[in-house]
Structure formats: structure tokens, C-alpha cells
Design a protein around this ligand. Structure first.
Ligand code: F6R
Length: 247
């Protein structure tokens, strides 16, 4: 059965970042040891910058916050400048009072990948689940690295990346050939277990994926469409990302 997605359309990417940061801060103020689910990529960068700003004004503390990230490239260790651990350090962890041992990320260099994935699911469970998970959306409708074809019951695993995702993400690498071909990702079922979800999308290049997720047929061809089955999911998007939604 499909649920109901709260749709919040705001003017621009700046508003998305400000409101997303407000949501995360409200969650931390409600519960100082909140478990936050975090995303990487271009979209949440401004949200993290806003969180750092609010933290510097001493309006929020991360000292008890726990976090769980969505995904990591296979083969990259945390010190690699394109790893998602490095991204999190650079955009958030290095600038707030978060304790390093409270940040959970997949290890891209795990020798036993299957054991790494199983342990990740267990660790999330041991944390008591995720209170609020921040998400982005790929131009092909992926969430985390759950590429088209991923099923509703998918769990943490190592997946091949699609040509579209490799092309999208190559802007951050020196050359497209340097983009890892595989990544570890939490599954759709893992994401759906979070108590609240907040998906951010900005820019015209996300309009097609947003329209497919909200208005298209629900199914593995557009993994983000599964979010409609969640009881507490908000799409916080700017006007450009909303441009293909009929009013
Ligand atoms: C990142 C992630 C991805 C991104 C998506 C959008 O942790 O899980 O699903 O959210 O690829 O990326 P950007 O924001 O770079 O357009």
C-alpha cells in the first residue's frame, strides 16, 4: 500500500539547506543522543554548512549524537579524498563536537564485504534504529546506491554502479575511469525502517527523478518511489526540482 509523502516545495537550494538543518537540529534538541542517518553528495553540502554555522553559534551540540551513513565506495579507505568518510569529516565531523566513535560508516576496504554488510545492519539495530535519515536522490531515481532494479526488501550489500551514476559522479573525480565501479550501500528496507525520512532535491536535473518518485508507478525501476510506503517521509525540494510535478 502506498503511504503519503509530505511535499515541501521552497524557492531555492538555500532554503532547502536552511530548513533541512532546522529539522536535524530539532531532532537533536528533542533527543540529544539522536541517531541521524546521513547522506553525502552535492545536495546536502549546504545543509552541513548550515549545521556547522548553527553549531558555532552554540545553538546545537553533537556531543551525544550518533550517526549512520548511507553508503561508501568499494576499495576507497576513509583517508581517500573521494571516500564518503572523508567527505563527512570535511563537511561536518571536523567542525562540530561529534565524537568520532559515534559515527558509523561502511568500510570500503573491508576484506570480507558480506560480513561488513551484516555487521552494519546489526550495528544500526543495536543503536535502536535511525530517528531521522537525510536522503538525496540520483537523477535515475536511486536512493543511497540502490540503483534501479533494487527491491523493497533489499538490505546492506555491495552493488555495481550504473553507467548513469558513474557519469553523474565523475564530475568529482579527475577522470570518469577513476570512479569506483562498485559501492557498499544500505538497502531500501534498511532506509524504510528509519522513524522519519527527509529527502532533499535541488535543481532542474532532479526534476525527472522527483516526478517519477512521487507520481510514477511505484517499483524497482525508481527506488525512490518506495518511499511512498513510509509513514513519515518528507520531500524537501526547490522549485526547479519540482518543475515536472503538475499542480
Ligand atoms: C549519497 C547517496 C546518493 C546521493 C545521490 C544524489 O550518500 O546516497 O544517493 O544522494 O546520488 O547525489 P547529489 O546530491 O550529488 O546529486
Amino acid at each position: 500500500m502506498s503511504g503519503y509523502i509530505h511535499l515541501q516545495i521552497v524557492e531555492n537550494a538555500e532554503d532547502v539547506a536552511r530548513i533541512a538543518a532546522q529539522n536535524l537540529c530539532a531532532q537533536i534538541r528533542e533527543r540529544s543522543d539522536a541517531v541521524l542517518g546521513l547522506a553525502t553528495g552535492s545536495t546536502p553540502e549546504a545543509t552541513y554548512a548550515e549545521l556547522v554555522r548553527v553549531h558555532r553559534e552554540r545553538r546545537v551540540s553533537f556531543s551525544r549524537v550518533r550517526s549512520v551513513n548511507l553508503d561508501e565506495y568499494q576499495g576507497l579507505d576513509g583517508a581517500h579524498e573521494h571516500s564518503y568518510r572523508y567527505y563527512m569529516q570535511r563537511h561536518l565531523f571536523d567542525h562540530v563536537d561529534m565524537r568520532s566513535w559515534n559515527a558509523l560508516l561502511l568500510d570500503g576496504t573491508a576484506v570480507d564485504g558480506e560480513a561488513e554488510c551484516r555487521a552494519y545492519e546489526e550495528r544500526i539495530r543495536a543503536l535502536g534504529g535511525v530517528d531521522l535519515w537525510l536522503l538525496g536522490i540520483g537523477s535515475n531515481g536511486h536512493i543511497a546506491f540502490n540503483e534501479p532494479g533494487s527491491t523493497r526488501d533489499s538490505r546492506t550489500r555491495c552493488v555495481p554502479l550504473t553507467a548513469e551514476t558513474i557519469a553523474d559522479n565523475s564530475r568529482l573525480f579527475a577522470a570518469p575511469t577513476e570512479v569506483p565501479r562498485r559501492a557498499y550501500t544500505v538497502g531500501i528496507a534498511t532506509i524504510m525502517e528509519a522513524r522519519r525520512l527527509l529527502l532533499l532535491a535541488t535543481g532542474e536535473h532532479k526534476a525527472r527523478a522527483v516526478a517519477a518518485a512521487l507520481r510514477g508507478e511505484e517499483g524497482p525501476h525508481c527506488p525512490a518511489s518506495f518511499l511512498r510506503g513510509h509513514a513519515e517521509c518528507t520531500f524537501l525540494i526547490d522549485r526547479q526540482a519540482a518543475s515536472l510535478l503538475e499542480s
